[in-house]
Write a new protein. Structure first.
Length: 146
C-alpha cells in the first residue's frame, strides 16, 4: 500500500515540477517583452480564498494600453498572483498603482493582449518547485519503504 501512495506522490510531485518549469520559463520570457505606457483604470483588494483556515488577500488591477492603434486591457501585475495574509499587506502592494496613474506595461509582441506590469520571475513561484520536490522525495521514500 505504501508503494501505491508513494507512486501517487511521485506523479503529483513530478506534475508540480513540470508546472513550475512552464511557469518559470514563461515568467523568464517576460524580461524580453516589448513595453509601452498604460493607464491604471481600476484597483482593489479581493479575498482570494482560504489557506489553512485563514483568508488570503490579493491586490487586483486593470490597466489600458495601446499597441498599433489597438487598445488592450490587462489585469496582471506579475506572472503569478500575489496573496497576502492581511488586507493591509495587499493594500500596500496595490497603493503602488493608483487609479489614473501611468504605468509601464510589458507585453508579448506575438500576442499583445498578454501583459504584465512587473516582468521576470516572482519569488512565489519557487513554492511550487519546493512542493513538487517534497512530494517527490516523500513519494520515493514511501515507495521504497518495506
Amino acid at each position: 500500500m505504501e508503494q501505491f501512495f508513494g507512486g501517487i506522490l511521485i506523479i503529483t510531485g513530478i506534475g508540480m515540477i513540470g508546472v513550475w518549469i512552464y511557469l518559470f520559463l514563461r515568467a523568464l520570457s517576460t524580461k524580453n517583452w516589448a513595453s509601452t505606457t498604460g493607464k491604471i483604470i481600476k484597483g482593489e483588494v479581493i479575498n482570494s480564498g482560504t489557506s489553512s483556515g485563514s483568508n488570503s488577500w490579493s491586490p487586483t488591477i486593470k490597466y489600458l494600453y495601446s499597441i498599433n492603434d489597438n487598445q488592450f486591457e490587462g489585469d496582471r501585475i506579475k506572472t503569478i498572483v500575489s496573496s497576502y495574509s492581511s488586507t493591509k499587506q495587499a493594500q500596500k502592494e496595490l497603493d503602488k498603482y493608483p487609479v489614473n496613474s501611468s504605468v509601464k506595461v510589458y507585453y508579448n509582441p506575438d500576442k499583445p493582449a498578454d501583459s504584465v506590469i512587473i516582468p521576470g520571475v516572482a519569488k512565489g513561484i519557487f513554492g511550487i518547485l519546493a512542493g513538487g520536490l517534497v512530494l517527490s522525495i516523500v513519494g520515493i521514500l514511501l515507495a521504497l519503504y518495506k
